[in-house]
Design a protein around this ligand. Structure first.
Ligand SMILES: [Zn+2]
Length: 420
């Protein structure tokens, strides 16, 4: 039989590991660790898509390709999806880090006009070009560490014009960078100083002006709210999410991070795609999320950087069949680009196995950004977003940390990074 033409074959991999099933729903419970594992594996790619996955012998006898990568001794996994980042901002907050080391809490700094509001000042002053350059720098580092799709939230503009500027920067960088960026509108990140004494007026602005204009300019796919004491309460969050939904923006929620406010319950009630952080989420809230398939996006590096020794109850979530995804929470107070670090923290602090953490950073994270039909697992028909890691098997994920395990990155079928 003549061989079928392909553009790229990756062969001889010591292991190929991928979450199983590009099903309709994110993986829960035991499904999260039930990876499909192939030893002496190969994969064929054509027109940016995966056309064959299996053992090396049958794949190389079925396909011939212009380009072949020998992955001997290496592990092939799907590209990481980072489902929670605050990608667009100007400036940095290293001084605040020192103040926090001396004992000041995140919300204390916020109340004194630091934290998010410090970054808001810098971001309002920045030009769109400067923001694009910042995004590009960050995305380059993320790609180097194996991230091929990223969710990016606005939320450091907090005026209609500056929020649009940030989302426009995301749109521009998405056109040129290898990483696909999925935009989220987070105008409800903080109450800006000019609305400090009248926060309801700011919620009106979000609902009446920001959401309609951002939605009609097609600048975002999701609408998110920082539902927290000192930020936005449950009633305000509900109103913002409902308005977003009416305008075609799917709901996401920063929920129950620092205080138990009922964010997980609200996420279930509004059928949010995901609820994020969840350190203080209630049992009732988690059960509601499980029933409605709301994805828990957990951010262990954010917990680490808060230094409060409190982490989300990931094992309980798995028992309750709450689907888990993992993200970096990249932002100026949690400056971490690397999903491999997130996996290392998730294994140690959330007690996820490397297999569960792999599912949480690939297929379930793809569900959290509404891309699971195209990416997140290595299956025929899906986009060829592929990592080749310089380790023998996927169990090295999390186990070996502090260095970059990525050797090659393939995005949309093209070799976009080669560190060998
Ligand atoms: Zn966040």
């Amino acid at each position: 039989m003549p061989k079928k033409p392909a553009d790229l074959i990756i062969k001889n991999a010591s292991e190929l590991a991928t979450p199983n099933g590009g099903g309709q729903k994110p993986l829960v419970g035991k499904q999260m660790r039930a990876l499909r594992i192939i030893t002496d594996a190969a994969l064929a790619v054509k027109n940016g898509k995966i056309v064959g996955v299996g053992k090396t012998a049958p794949i190389t006898s079925a396909f011939k390709a212009a380009e072949t990568i020998d992955a001997k001794g290496k592990t092939v996994i799907p590209g990481f999806v980072d489902p929670h980042t605050h990608l667009v901002f100007a400036g940095s907050r290293e001084k605040e880090f020192e103040i926090r080391l001396e004992g000041a809490s995140y919300m204390e700094i916020h109340r004194k006009g630091g934290g998010i509001l410090e970054t808001v000042r810098k971001t309002r002053q920045a030009s769109e070009d400067e923001l694009i350059r910042n995004c590009k720098r960050t995305l380059d580092i993320m790609l180097e560490h194996g991230t091929t799709t990223v969710e990016a939230k606005s939320g450091y503009g907090l005026t209609t014009k500056d929020e649009a500027k940030c989302l426009h920067a995301i749109q521009q960088v998405n056109k040129t960078h290898a990483i696909e960026v999925v935009p989220t509108f987070l105008g409800a990140h903080a109450v800006p100083p000019e609305y400090e004494t009248r926060p309801e007026d700011y919620v009106d602005l979000i609902v009446e002006e920001m959401i309609p204009s951002i939605s009609s300019a097609k600048l975002a796919e999701f609408c998110d709210v920082f539902c927290e004491k000192g930020a936005f309460n449950v009633q305000q969050a509900r109103r913002i999410l409902h308005t977003g939904t009416k305008h075609g923006l799917k709901p996401k929620l920063h929920a129950d991070e620092l205080t138990p406010l009922g964010g997980a319950e609200l996420a279930a009630e509004t059928r949010a795609v995901s609820a994020e952080h969840l350190l203080c989420a209630s049992e009732t809230g988690l059960k509601g999320m499980s029933k409605r398939h709301v994805i828990a996006v957990l951010l262990p590096v954010a917990s680490f950087t808060l230094m409060a020794q409190k982490y989300a109850k990931a094992r309980r979530m798995i028992e309750l069949d709450v689907p888990i995804a993992l993200g970096t929470d990249f932002n100026p107070s949690c400056w971490a680009e690397n999903q491999q670090l997130v996996i290392a923290m998730a294994c140690r602090q959330l007690k996820l196995t490397p297999a569960e953490a792999l599912t949480a950073t690939t297929l379930n994270a793809a569900h959290a950004v509404n891309r699971a039909a195209e990416i997140g697992s290595l299956e025929e028909g899906k986009k060829a977003d592929i990592l080749i890691l310089d380790v023998h098997n996927h169990s090295f994920l999390g186990y070996r940390f502090g260095t970059n395990l990525v050797s090659k990155v393939v995005k949309d079928g093209k070799l976009v990074l080669d560190l060998e």
